[in-house]
Design a binder for this molecule. Structure first.
Ligand code: SAM
Ligand code: SF4
Ligand code: SF4
Length: 341
């Protein structure tokens, strides 16, 4: 039986509800906005095996986090499906009493029907697939390795056949790169049960050369889509949901807008992030995280680990997106591939 829950809030009264777990810092893509190949080349040193948390260590941390109020887990990376036997981890997490949702974000390059079925059987509830365009020339240059669109679409189809009837499709919109692909993407996913989520390009990490001029605002995106197919806002599913939801008036489904740059949602941010090397980050834009792996490997008890996490959260004041300026863009920040999106 799991320990009783003792929900905690941070210094800005935000509860701890979600945990994003990056299971690897490696990826088989080199998306220009995340892991540009000029930096993440053959000389880049990824984490060695022994520095990466084992599934047992992650499971233990999930149990402890769940005692502090975490109910939702998202598995991410790097590319999480690169981690062999990921299903085992999902199965372990699914057995934690108080975890009511387990989701996975993937580039779908390795999402076969068999893998999707195994993930579902293990207890995965929801899948998000990233896809930035339906055109091979655009997608290929954005993913940095010329990965074909068709293979990602096959992954989404495999997910559907395995029972993930409503896949979320993440599209990072970058001015001059794929903003012309918005209508085509919306058209393709309308009426399929899948939900296209359009994400404002963010200044994560320090390697993607972000500039505000490359951001297409959610308002522009909304205008583009709604002038073709009228939309109306619909309520968030939960108070800490980051996507603003809109539904097509003709009944062909919904879209989501992630307005992290133009309309930040730090006030409701209830997420902690666990990196693959065992650091806990309280913000996507943090410079560093708290090393929880070392005390864990040195024999700290669950109670001691819980106290460390509790104190970290209770002191949290992060609200980077609300205070973003030209000056903050240059601050040191952890890479997204290390802590997940
Ligand atoms: N490799 C997996 C994938 O791409 O789905 C999971 C990890 S990836 C870091 C998680 C999400 O972050 C993806 O949907 C990706 O598009 C998004 N992302 C990465 N860099 C971003 C950026 N600079 N701005 C906005 N979203 C970004
Ligand atoms: Fe890899 Fe995902 Fe980053 Fe693209 S966004 S480089 S697929 S981790
Ligand atoms: Fe949460 Fe940090 Fe993003 Fe604000 S900037 S929503 S605090 S992760």
């Amino acid at each position: 039986m799991d320990q009783p829950i003792q929900p905690i809030v941070d210094a800005l009264s935000r509860p701890l509800k979600d945990l994003r777990i990056s299971v690897t810092d490696r990826c088989n893509f080199r998306c220009t906005y995340c892991m540009p190949k000029e930096i993440f080349g053959s000389n880049y040193s990824f984490l060695p095996h022994e520095k990466i948390l084992t599934f047992e260590e992650i499971e233990r941390l999930v149990r402890i986090f769940s005692q502090l109020g975490v109910e939702k887990i998202r598995i991410t990376g790097g590319e999480p499906l690169l981690r062999k036997d990921l299903e085992e981890l999902i199965h372990k997490i699914a057995l934690v009493d108080t975890i009511r949702d387990i989701a996975l974000t993937t580039n779908a390059s390795m999402l076969t029907l068999q893998r999707a079925q195994r993930l579902r059987e293990a207890g995965l509830k929801r899948l998000t697939v990233s896809l930035d365009s339906l055109q091979d020339n655009i997608f290929g240059s954005m993913n940095g390795v010329r990965f074909p669109v068709q293979r990602v679409l096959q992954g989404i189809q495999a997910a559907k056949e395995a029972g993930f009837t409503s896949v979320k499709v993440n599209m990072v919109v970058q001015k001059g790169k794929n903003d012309n692909a918005i209508i085509e993407m919306a058209e393709y996913f309308r009426g399929t049960g899948h939900v296209l989520r359009l994400i404002e390009y963010m200044d994560v990490g320090t390697t993607n050369g972000w500039s505000l001029q490359d951001v297409v605002s959610a308002n522009e995106i909304l205008l583009k889509i709604s002038s073709r197919w009228p939309l109306e806002p619909i309520p968030a599913r939960s108070p800490n949901d980051v996507a603003k939801r809109y539904r097509y008036l003709d009944g062909e489904g919904e879209i989501g807008l992630i307005t992290s740059v133009t309309n930040p949602f730090c006030h409701g941010c209830s997420r902690a992030r666990l990196s693959s090397d065992g650091k806990v980050y309280t913000c996507l834009f943090a410079a560093d995280g708290l090393d929880i792996k070392t005390p864990m490997r040195e024999g700290a008890s669950d109670k001691e680990i819980k106290e460390i996490l509790c104190s970290l959260w209770q002191h949290r004041r992060d609200r980077y997106s609300e205070i973003r300026t030209d000056a903050t863009v240059a601050l040191p920040k952890v890479e997204m591939s290390r802590i997940g999106g």
